[in-house]
Design a protein around this ligand. Structure first.
Ligand code: DLL
Length: 433
């Protein structure tokens, strides 16, 4: 079994990483120009030929790709190899428009699974582990990605997929799962159920690899405490391969981006200008090793900060912060920018569970914000006066964080729907008018 902790790659010198990126970028631009008429046209509109791209210093000259391009080019317009060479597709849920379909050759699947294997090893995984994957399988990349990564590590893999929480917990106890892979919101739900059933002593989990949706440090702390594990973040997106584009190491100070496969930039989302490390902006990825669906300068809409400071784990690949929100997840309420993560931070700091819903509406031409939060079982037995006092306390704390008034409604335990995949936190009724 190969070892997917690869210090010669993950701890390579910055010069070596740049040399890989320079060489692979030049090759990739030519591959795309020759095989993807849609992108060639975009380059030609800017007067560019592949010869204009000689190294990563020239990357900024290339045109961006956005989700709109993916939709325009659906389904085959960005495919860069003959269909005969494609062995798999994965797809996004398509809730905000047409689906995005990503294509993979066998080589692409191998490199994607290798990235996931690195993430599992960085979370302490070895072939002795029992990796319990309850990300969804099928078109969503979560299940297949972590499944493939776990195979590469040589761990026994439980391909549970999402749902059937009873069965998840039973297998976890019976088969001794040691590493849990799912969305953080589902991990929190599993923790709640395990606690209720009094089964905490029966589980052997030591680590969790959680991603696919935004989650705060407060939520990490809660999950770690309730499951008795170390919780690692993992990031990725279907367009760029799936989970494993970046992952946390034991230091947990940002996620290392697999820079031998992906070049990361952070740009000003309004002007498109490339920002220096340390500045907050929109993350942009260029795939430099993928064959079938090699996106150049793809705008993710995820807002984060990059750092190339040395990490004490020894890895040298650039780190990204947890996405602080998506530029398209950001709510503008009464002219103020509000991210769901700000609300989550307040709630968890005040001791509430991560079961909440944000409802935005417009009444008499003015935006309204309501936060519904589940009470804990203890709070539920409190008097009405005490509950009202708690609501007022939350209103104040949210005002201090967001700068605007939010109505708070404490609701009975277990009234907010649990999610088995990505949690739906925001109901923006303004979009329905
Ligand atoms: O969510 C891939 C994935 C699966 C990542 C399993 C991690 C674990 P998509 O469905 O295409 O792919 O959604 C991609 O999800 O642009 C982010 O906005 C968000 N996202 C992914 N990982 C994280 C994370 C998968 N760790 C979109 N923290 C991305 C915050 C995340 N947001």
């Amino acid at each position: 079994m190969e070892n997917y902790y690869q210090p010669e790659i993950e701890c390579a010198s910055r010069e070596q990483i740049k040399a890989w990126q320079d060489e692979r970028l030049v090759k990739q631009v030519k591959h795309v120009y020759d095989n993807v008429p849609y992108y060639r046209k975009k380059m030609e509109e800017k007067g560019l030929t592949p010869e204009d791209i000689q190294s990563t210093e020239d990357l900024h000259k290339l045109p961006f790709l956005t989700k709109d391009d993916l939709r325009d080019a659906y389904p085959y317009g960005l495919l860069a190899v003959p269909l005969d060479d494609v062995v798999r597709i994965q797809s996004t849920s398509g809730t905000t428009g047409r689906r995005v379909v990503a294509f993979y050759t066998q080589h692409d699947l191998d490199l994607w699974e290798e990235c996931c294997a690195r993430a599992i090893m960085a979370a302490g995984g070895t072939k002795k582990d029992v990796v319990h994957v309850c990300y969804g399988y099928g078109l969503f990349t979560g299940g297949p990605g972590l499944n493939g990564g776990s195979h590469k590590v040589g761990s026994m893999t439980l391909p549970m997929s999402s749902g059937n929480t009873e069965r998840q917990i039973q297998f976890m106890c019976d088969l001794g799962s040691t590493i849990l892979c799912c969305t953080p919101s589902y991990a929190a739900y599993l923790a709640e159920c395990i606690q209720e059933k009094g089964l905490k002593d029966k589980i052997k989990l030591k680590a969790g690899i959680f991603g696919a949706e935004a989650w705060t440090e407060e939520m990490r702390r809660d999950i770690e405490q309730s499951l008795g594990i170390k919780a690692y973040d993992i990031y990725g997106l279907t367009e760029i391969s799936g989970p494993g584009v970046s992952y946390e190491c034991s230091e947990q100070k940002g996620m290392h981006i697999n820079e031998d496969h992906f070049i990361a930039e952070v740009i000003d989302p309004v002007t498109g200008e490339v920002l220096p490390d340390g500045e907050k902006g929109e993350l942009v990825f260029t795939s430099i090793t993928k064959q079938a669906f090699p996106l150049l300068r793809y705008r993710t809409r995820d807002i984060c900060v990059l750092s190339r400071k040395k990490c004490s784990c020894g890895r040298t690949h650039v780190r990204m912060t947890k996405p602080m929100g998506r530029s398209d997840d950001m709510m503008i309420i009464k002219g103020v920018n509000v991210f769901p993560s700000q609300i989550e931070t307040v709630l968890l700091n005040k001791g509430y569970p991560a079961n909440y819903q944000i409802i935005v509406d417009r009444v008499n031409n003015s935006d309204t914000l309501e936060v519904q939060v589940e009470m804990t079982a203890e709070m539920f037995s409190d008097s009405v006066t005490k509950v009202s006092a708690k609501e007022r306390e939350l209103v104040e704390a949210l005002k201090a964080m967001l700068g605007i008034y939010a109505k708070v409604r404490l609701v009975e335990p277990k009234t907010i729907a649990r999610s088995e995949g990505k949690a739906v936190r925001i109901i923006d009724k303004r979009k329905l008018y």
